[in-house]
Design a protein around this ligand. Structure first.
Ligand code: PEP
Length: 253
């Protein structure tokens, strides 16, 4: 297996209130990922501060699952980038397909959120993904290029160094999903590498990490991270149990 740097994160989605989240964060607090593997957890907002506190001396990073682009004000129900940072988070997942599908997020709102996250020192993890229709009509690449270009519109060269992108086919996510074939992910990531290289500039040494997500499991994680243009994975269900998460992380080296 190559020794490139690998990102592995788990999105807890709307699971684990503070008590369960603290217990799981404690189970992970002394875990040391293998060299070159950077790990993060994305708990729900109500557990962010507690998980941030438990993991403050751990190499595991903490991420939020969403945020609003304004700093404060009359935006009932929303949380902002400075609030997330104050909880100890350094990453924020933006534009997850569940948010695009159920909460009306668009490429435009994702761009506003990406720029706000960067203004406040967070690392945005931008989720992009093709629907089953787009996949079957053979227009996945076009959708992904559009989502990526709009998400990164107006981001400075310096800020691009803190961006992460994860390709999550909508048809591969969750219990009803099926994992994308590694050969297909490889093709998509090679095209995406070209898209992001066009954004950072051909001569630039900035390498935006490109992750894959969607039904990643113990049985397939190594196939994905072995691909030359895949820099890690975002895991849902298979990573929710701390012992399983540590096992998945250990398995890639
Ligand atoms: C996700 O929703 O981001 C995800 C990767 O889910 P799962 O691994 O459960 O398909």
């Amino acid at each position: 297996m190559s020794q490139k740097s690998i990102w592995i994160g788990t999105n807890w989605k709307m699971n684990k209130g503070p008590a369960a989240a603290i217990a799981d964060a404690r189970a992970l607090a002394f875990f040391r990922p293998p060299e070159g593997v950077r790990c993060f957890l994305a708990p729900p907002a109500t557990s962010l501060r507690d998980v941030g506190a438990v993991l403050q001396d751990s190499p595991l990073m903490v991420g939020a699952q969403n945020m609003y682009w304004e700093e404060n004000g009359a935006w009932t129900g929303e949380i902002s980038a400075p609030m997330i940072a104050e909880c100890g988070a350094s990453i924020v997942v933006l534009g997850h397909s569940e948010r695009r599908l159920h909460f009306g997020e668009t490429d435009w709102t994702v761009n506003l959120k990406v720029r706000a996250a960067l203004r406040h020192g967070l690392r945005p993890l931008i989720c992009i993904g093709d629907t089953l229709d787009e996949y079957e009509f053979g227009v996945s690449q076009e959708t992904l290029a559009r989502q990526t270009k709009i998400a990164l519109h107006g981001v400075s060269q310096e800020d691009l160094e803190r961006v992460l992108v994860v390709y999550e086919p909508v048809w591969a996510i969750g219990a009803a999903g099926r994992p994308a074939e590694p050969a297909f992910v490889s093709q998509i990531h090679t095209t995406l590498r070209g898209v992001v290289q066009g954004i950072v500039g051909q001569g630039s040494s900035v390498r935006i990490p490109l992750l894959y997500g969607g039904s990643v499991s113990r049985g397939n994680i190594r196939d994905y991270v072995a691909l030359p243009d895949v820099d890690g994975v975002l895991i849902g269900r298979a990573g929710w149990d701390p012992a399983d998460f540590m096992d998945l992380v250990e398995s890639v080296r």
